[in-house]
Ligand binder design. Structure first.
Ligand SMILES: O=P(O)(O)O[C@H]1O[C@H](CO)[C@@H](O)[C@H]1O
Ligand SMILES: O=c1cc[nH]c(=O)[nH]1
Length: 238
């Protein structure tokens, strides 16, 4: 069934879908890693492709930036296109000195300021979590590949440009082990829990908010190769 945001046909997506924020990253992933990539969605240029990785079907769909955008694509992937395993392949800012630029971050949990999650669970503070099986698989595979990775609490913020300067906007999160900041994982985990599917967010740290080290625009794509290969191996395993 097509949707206002996705003109793919039933069966166009694999059950395992990678979710980068950037549509051009989706295209790059399909063209670089997939065998026989086929464009399945281009509505709003939020590109989606299906192909195979190591002989197994897999898709990639750009989520756009932020939790409202990701929520639309993920809701439709699950409910209209049968997605069962959703793995975000994103970039994040670093909030902890132990995380270096280019390190891979597995978002074990996702703290958020977003009204998509916040307030929905009153009087409780819901803790959006990664699927444990996917998390364990990603950690084991990262170890086997010799990849430097960190697993922990990610901040999924609705705000990229905080009013407060530097690290001030992150307040007590800094003293409580939150390791990185991106803009989508909490909504992904909450939707996955609601609809009984599996989700994991894997990010490459591209901008350290403590040291201000960052990956240059030219290096950004190549530095994501390890993360994408890891995500693809996890995605097609089930
Ligand atoms: O590189 P992507 O996957 O888009 O992820 C990060 O980059 C965007 C902000 O620049 C946000 O979407 C954030 O989550
Ligand atoms: O600082 C950053 C870097 C990447 N993505 C974010 O959301 N924030």
């Amino acid at each position: 069934m097509t949707t206002p945001h996705n003109h793919a046909k039933p069966g166009d997506y694999a059950e395992a879908v990678l979710l980068p924020g950037d549509p051009l990253r989706a295209k790059w992933i399909a063209e670089t890693f997939f065998d026989n990539p086929k464009l399945v969605n281009s509505v709003r240029n939020c590109l989606g492709f299906t192909g195979t990785w190591k002989g197994k079907p897999v898709s990639v769909q750009a989520s756009g930036m932020g939790q409202p955008s990701l929520s639309i694509y993920v809701h439709e992937l699950i409910n209209s296109f049968g997605a069962k395993t959703l793995i975000r392949v994103g970039t994040c800012g670093g909030l902890n000195a132990k995380v270096k630029v280019r390190d891979v971050v597995l978002a074990q949990g996702a703290t958020t300021d977003s009204s998509i999650v916040k307030g929905r669970f009153d009087p409780y503070n819901y803790a959006p979590l990664a699927d444990f099986g996917l998390l364990r698989s990603a950690a084991d595979k990262a170890d086997a590949k010799g990849l430097k990775f960190h697993a922990g609490n990610m901040l999924s913020s609705d705000i990229f440009y905080h009013r407060e300067p530097g690290l001030e906007g992150y307040g007590a999160l800094l003293d409580h082990g939150v390791i990185g900041v991106e803009m989508e994982a909490a909504a992904l985990y909450t939707l996955a829990a609601r609809f009984g599917v599996r989700a994991l967010a894997i990010c490459t740290m591209t901008d350290c908010l403590i040291t201000h080290a960052e990956i240059s625009a030219e290096d950004r794509q190549t530095s994501l190769v390890d993360m994408v290969e890891l995500a693809l191996d996890v995605a097609v395993e089930a």
